[in-house]
Design a protein around this ligand. Structure first.
Ligand code: AVJ
Length: 388
């Protein structure tokens, strides 16, 4: 594929001045009416025993005191998203009752769903994770040069934290703040990661990126690098992505930056195969959302009634995933229910793909300056850096 550039490139922009832009009309920024989630710091002593022991929080032997003290002081965990399950249940039921039923993709990531997503990243068809990893491998030092070392690294959608951890040597962050909707999965990951990096202070944040970014006091002052790898930003449509970038810019100070992984538009077959793999792992990942619904809503979805569908919407530039009902069914949950006809669908995920120029423009429209990007030789994936 032509046009490969292995050095940072500044895609053309028609908007170099980018004065602070008003949010687009109808932007989710203004439509988010959820009250700020309550916040609670989990003290080491409150964590279940396995976490305490795994992290050296159990009373240390005398010789281990220094290390154990360091560990005790360096991992805090703050839960912001869904402190009570009621808001989550309400949102889920509202989505199921709309004529075109939908469930937000953030509900994929319960414990099993998070593991299934890790399995997806190993599939031959799922190119984004490994392609992004090669770009980081190839260009980590240039990225560090551009972004600066010693910043507070804020990982938005950390998952298993592997991508950030591989950048620690190049970025040498002053603190690592890992944010994820899947708090239990994140907590377990961070406990292990803290042991591997005892000198690096870490904060875990169970938070929903659809809400305004509210960094707790555990996050240090100082220059920040917002890290959003994996093309997770693709779950938002372009105006939602713009709203997220606006929220980031609002949370940022001059000198801060963003480092964002973005999946690029490419051949339709390659895209569809990445979301409909031969082993059926993506199908399992998709159908697992019904397991989640059965658990949190007390619903009675029968998994065999639903099949996985992945389609590429060429006009919108996104992969759309659905669960399609094989026959007429009635589903019940605590306090309600609905009928689904054969062929009816529940929309579970959109995954938007960009052209490099389009994503650069989005960054600039949100008020970020000097976007550059690094890509792989095939031009499948791009990592952008931009400054506030
Ligand atoms: C984690 C949102 C980037 O859109 O590629 C993978 C999720 N869904 N296979 C993506 C996903 C189905 C993934 N993101």
């Amino acid at each position: 594929m032509p046009g490969h550039r292995s050095t940072p490139t500044s895609p053309p922009s028609s908007n170099p001045s980018h004065a602070t832009a008003a949010p687009a009309a109808g932007s989710p920024r203004t439509s988010n009416t959820r009250p700020p989630a309550s916040r609670r710091t989990v003290q080491a002593a409150e964590l279940p025993a396995p976490f305490q022991q795994a992290n050296g929080w159990a009373r240390p032997a005398a010789a281990d005191t220094d290390r154990a003290d360091a560990a005790t002081g360096t991992l805090a965990f703050v839960q912001q998203a869904f402190p009570d399950g009621a808001a989550e249940r309400e949102e889920l039921v509202r989505g199921l009752l709309t004529p075109h039923a939908q469930v937000s993709p953030k509900y994929f990531y319960d414990m099993l769903g998070s593991h299934l997503f890790e399995a997806i990243t190993e599939l031959p068809e799922y190119y984004p994770t490994r392609t992004e990893a090669t770009i980081f491998e190839q260009h980590a030092l240039e990225m560090a040069e551009r972004a600066g070392t010693g910043a507070v690294l804020i990982d938005l959608g950390a998952g298993n934290c592997a991508k950030a951890a591989r950048l620690f040597p190049a970025l040498r962050p002053a603190q690592y703040v890992a944010l994820d909707i899947s708090a239990d999965f994140l907590r377990a990951t961070l406990v292990g990661l803290q042991q591997q990096h005892p000198g690096l202070p870490m904060v875990g944040l169970g938070a929903d990126l659809c809400a305004p970014l509210d960094l707790p006091p555990e996050v240090r002052a100082g220059r920040r690098l917002f890290f959003y790898p994996g093309s997770s930003i693709g779950n938002f449509d372009p105006s939602g992505a713009r709203a997220l970038l606006d929220r980031l810019r609002d949370a940022a100070q001059p000198g801060d930056g963003v480092l964002i992984g973005v999946d690029l538009l490419k051949d339709r077959t390659q895209l569809v195969n990445a979301y409909d793999d031969a082993l059926g792992v993506t199908a399992a990942f998709n159908r697992n959302v019904l397991v989640h619904l059965n658990r949190v809503l007390g619903a009675n979805f029968v998994l065999g009634d639903w099949c996985h569908v992945a389609e590429f919407d060429e006009r919108a530039g996104c992969i759309r995933m659905y669960l399609e009902c094989r026959r007429d069914v009635e589903v019940h949950w605590a306090g309600g229910g609905r009928a689904f006809h054969a062929g009816e669908r529940i929309h579970t995920e959109d995954s938007y793909k960009y052209r490099r120029e389009a994503f650069s423009a989005l960054l600039e429209e949100a008020g970020f300056r000097e976007p550059v990007c690094w890509t792989d030789p095939q031009g499948w994936f791009a990592i952008f850096h931009a400054r506030v």
